[in-house]
Design a protein around this ligand. Structure first.
Ligand code: BYC
Ligand code: FE
Ligand code: FE
Length: 467
């Protein structure tokens, strides 16, 4: 079985890694059958498989059943530079082994990153049962197999570079479970249920985008295997985010069309804009928390050690100073009745810097969603919640801010929460819309069709062949 793993890490000539994967793989497959997409393991899905890092390595579409998917192990091509370009070790050659003094931190970063990947598959496991079209169903499974490949990527690092501890961590990746009371996934957003496709599209827009920013910051790492592994993963992240962004755009389009016709979207099983807004608020906020605290000694240590950089750290025009010892990051915070500016030493504020870059990216997505409303001559707009609203991590957690980030008080927040976050009635409404549509070329009533097919196929292609 292992000879069929597409890879560019010379697996053929690495008996130690082969043995490690031979032990891990059956457990992985057991996990996939138990926690992967529920009910579709025998069906043939028109999926893309990465078989190389070059251009042609990408465009391999064919029917496969998911347990037979060829999960691969890829590193991006070697980087331009050859030396660490930020933190305390600027100019030191990239590490191709784990430096002893950074072993604990690196292991933790790899484990945290790796843990999110199977978590997301678990969160999405029942969505196939209410897919709005065959193409959406196929796209969900493409995301799922790629997240599982991301798990493979981190497990490759654990087995290759972290010895016995790495092997144990690789096993534990398959033992934790999203939302489990005793063995939860590591980061909070990965323990939240994703019960419908509106939540899926918000998750892939906002939470996979956290993935993009975290992976990009790890792609700057002085530990070269981590940098090149995450660089390759970023290519797959673009598809996940596109599923989310176009998904929400299609929901908005459908609702806007109905509103233009003077119909109440809910009465025909579509989703009213305020419900979309509340889902956006829920998932954007949960994703902000994934950046960790704005003021973080961990972040400072990761940066100093050259393990985790800022977004596009190697771009000198973005960051003239890659040592970051002299600067501060200013965070506005409301304390004891007035606004103050907290000055965070820049290295301690690396999570905040990454969050800033992320929020700017999210704003561009919202502009594109709002362009759909504008095209339909509607005055409604979707907005992004303030980074101060509803936080459970960081300097704003435990404080009272409204959705726009203005200071508030607990009572007001309580009374306004139904306007800002989804209520049980919202979840129920969305759930009622989720009727499965599995006929090629057909689409559910709550969402507009995709603009085009995938893998060179038309919209009405049979993307999933049921057994
Ligand atoms: N939930 O110093 P702090 C993806 C913990 S998504 C629970 O503020 P730090 C994907 C933290 O661990 C990308 N715990 O933060 C997307 C620490 O614990 P200890 C995933 C949290 O450490 C969709 C304490 O709180 N990749 O790939 O600077 C589908 C204080 O932490 C949370 C990564 O995250 C939270 N939200 O930064 C599939 C990259 N936030 O020390 C996949 C690797 C913080 O008290 N991870 N804590 O025990 C990291 O770089 C960092 O661990 C974090 C946190 C950015 C997550
Ligand atoms: Fe991923
Ligand atoms: Fe992803």
């Amino acid at each position: 079985m292992l000879d069929s793993i597409p890879n560019n890490v010379n697996l053929e000539n690495n008996p130690k890694l082969q043995r490690a994967l031979q032990r891990w793989n059956p457990n992985f497959l057991d996990w996939w059958r138990e926690m992967g997409p529920g009910g579709f393991q025998e069906d043939r899905i028109y999926l893309r498989t990465a078989i190389g890092v070059g251009q042609g390595g990408w465009a391999n579409y064919d029917y496969v059943t998911m347990p037979e998917y060829r999960w691969g192990i890829f590193l991006a091509n070697p980087r331009q530079g050859e030396t660490i370009h930020f933190g305390d070790h600027v100019g030191v050659p990239y590490w191709d082994q784990v430096p002893g003094e950074h072993r604990k931190d690196l292991r933790r970063l790899v484990v945290t990153q790796g843990d999110t990947e199977p978590a997301s598959v678990e969160q999405q496991r029942l969505l196939g049962q209410c897919a709005p079209s065959l193409l959406d169903l196929r796209n969900l499974f493409q995301v799922n197999v790629e997240e599982a490949r991301h798990l493979w990527a981190m497990v490759y690092l654990l087995h290759s570079y972290f010895g016995v501890d790495g092997r144990d961590e690789a096993e534990e990746m398959l033992e934790r479970r999203s939302g489990h009371p005793d063995r939860p996934r590591i980061l909070d957003a990965f323990n939240k249920p994703i019960s419908d496709w509106l939540a899926l599209f918000c998750f892939t827009t906002f939470t996979d985008r956290d993935g993009k920013y975290q992976l990009a910051s790890l792609a700057e790492s002085g530990f070269d295997p981590l940098a090149r592994t995450t660089q390759f993963m970023l290519m797959e992240e673009a598809f996940h985010m596109a599923v989310g962004e176009t998904g929400i755009a299609r929901v908005i389009k459908r609702t806007a069309e109905l509103m233009r016709e003077g119909k109440d979207p809910e009465s025909v099983g579509a989703i009213p804009l305020p419900v979309v807004q509340r889902y956006v608020n829920e998932w954007a906020t949960a994703s902000y928390d994934l950046f960790g605290s704005e003021d973080s000694s961990n972040a400072a240590a990761f940066f100093a050690a050259g393990l985790k950089g800022r977004y596009q750290e190697s771009d000198n025009s973005r960051y003239p100073d890659h040592v970051a010892l002299d600067d501060v990051f200013e965070a506005k915070i409301f304390e004891e009745g007035s606004w103050t500016t907290r000055q965070i030493p820049l290295r301690r504020a690396m999570n905040a810097c990454l969050l800033d870059a992320y929020v700017a990216d999210c704003k561009r997505v919202l502009e594109r969603w709002n362009a759909v409303l504008k095209e339909h001559e509607l005055s409604e707009r979707i907005t992004l919640p303030s980074v101060r609203f509803g936080r459970h991590m960081g300097i704003y957690s435990g404080q009272c801010y409204d959705i726009e980030g203005n200071p508030s008080d607990e009572q007001t927040l309580q009374s306004r929460m139904v306007d800002w976050l989804p209520s049980q009635a919202d979840y129920d409404l969305v759930k009622r819309s989720m009727v499965p549509v599995y006929e090629p070329g057909k689409i559910a009533n709550w969402i507009a069709p995709q603009a085009k097919g995938v893998g060179g196929q038309e919209l009405d292609f049979e993307y999933v062949q049921f057994h």
